[in-house]
Design a protein around this ligand. Structure first.
Ligand code: CDP
Length: 224
C-alpha cells in the first residue's frame, strides 16, 4: 500500500449499554434517554415478560403453570402502547412467570439478537449486565429506596386513572423485589462492573443527565 494514502476511516464504535434495576427505579426513563443521546435502538425487556403475562391473562391461562406460560411465549405479538401491559394484574403475572427458567429461555434469543446488532443498542431489565449482555461496554444499575419507588408507582397508577394506595403498593413492591432478587433463574443483581445511579433524591432530568455523564465517562475510560 502507498504509505501516503489516506488511512481508512476507523469503523464507528459499536456501543452496547446495559441498564438494570428494581421496579420503579427509573431505569426505563434512563435507558430511553441514553438511547436518544447515543442514537441507539432501545429494548425494554420487561415488556417481553409483560407481553407473555398479558397473553396468558387474556387466555385465562394459569400463571402457576410453567408449561402454560411457555406456550404464551410462542408467536408473541404485542403492541407496546397497549395500556393493559402495565396494568396491575398483568404486572403481577409478569413478576411470577419471569421466574420460570423455560420462559426466560424462550425469550433469550430475541434479546441476544437485539443486543448483538451491528450498530449497538441499549437494553434495560433485570439481567442485562449479568446474563444478556455481560460484555456490554457500559453497565448501569439504577436504584432508589423502596419508599421512593412506591411513591413513584402510586403517582404513575393515579395518572393512568387506576386506583392506588401507598401502603398496598409498598407491600407489593417489597414482595416483587424479594422475588426478583431471590429467584434461581437470572436474579436481579448488580453486575460487578456496573456503575450505580441512586435516583432516591433526584428528579427525572437530573437522573438522565447523571446517567449520560456516567456512561460517557465509562466509555471514555474504556478507550484508554
Ligand atoms: O417497571 P417494572 O420494574 O415494574 O417492570 P418491568 O421492568 O416492565 O418488568 C416486568 C417484570 O418482568 C418484572 O416483574 C421483572 O421481574 C421481570 N423482568 C425480568 O425478569 N427480567 C428482565 N430482564 C426484565 C423484566
Amino acid at each position: 500500500m502507498d504509505s501516503n494514502s489516506t488511512p481508512e476511516p476507523a469503523a464507528p464504535r459499536r456501543i452496547l449499554i446495559a441498564v438494570d434495576g428494581p421496579a420503579a427505579s427509573g431505569k426505563g426513563t434512563v435507558a430511553r434517554a441514553l438511547a436518544a443521546h447515543f442514537k441507539l435502538p432501545h429494548m425494554d425487556t420487561g415488556m417481553l415478560y409483560r407481553a407473555v403475562a398479558l397473553t396468558l391473562w387474556r387466555w385465562g391461562g394459569d400463571p402457576g403453570s410453567e408449561f402454560e406460560a411457555v406456550r404464551a411465549c410462542e408467536d408473541l405479538n404485542f403492541d407496546s402502547g397497549d395500556p393493559e401491559l402495565r396494568s396491575e394484574p398483568v404486572s403481577k403475572i409478569a413478576s411470577s412467570i419471569s421466574a420460570y427458567p423455560a420462559v426466560r429461555r424462550a425469550l433469550l434469543q430475541r434479546q441476544l439478537d437485539f443486543a448483538g446488532q451491528l450498530g449497538g443498542a441499549v437494553l434495560d431489565g433485570r439481567d442485562i449486565g449479568t446474563v444478556i449482555a455481560p460484555n456490554a461496554n457500559a453497565k448501569l444499575f439504577v436504584t432508589a429506596s423502596q419508599e421512593v419507588r412506591a411513591q413513584r408507582r402510586v403517582r404513575e397508577l393515579l395518572e393512568r386513572g387506576m386506583p392506588a394506595h401507598y401502603e398496598d403498593v409498598l407491600i407489593d413492591l417489597k414482595s416483587r423485589d424479594e422475588r426478583d432478587r431471590n429467584r434461581d433463574a437470572a436474579p436481579l443483581r448488580q453486575a460487578e462492573d456496573a456503575l450505580v445511579l441512586d435516583t432516591s433524591s433526584i428528579d427525572r432530568d437530573q437522573a438522565t443527565t447523571e446517567a449520560i455523564r456516567l456512561i460517557e465517562a465509562r466509555l471514555g475510560a474504556n478507550d484508554h
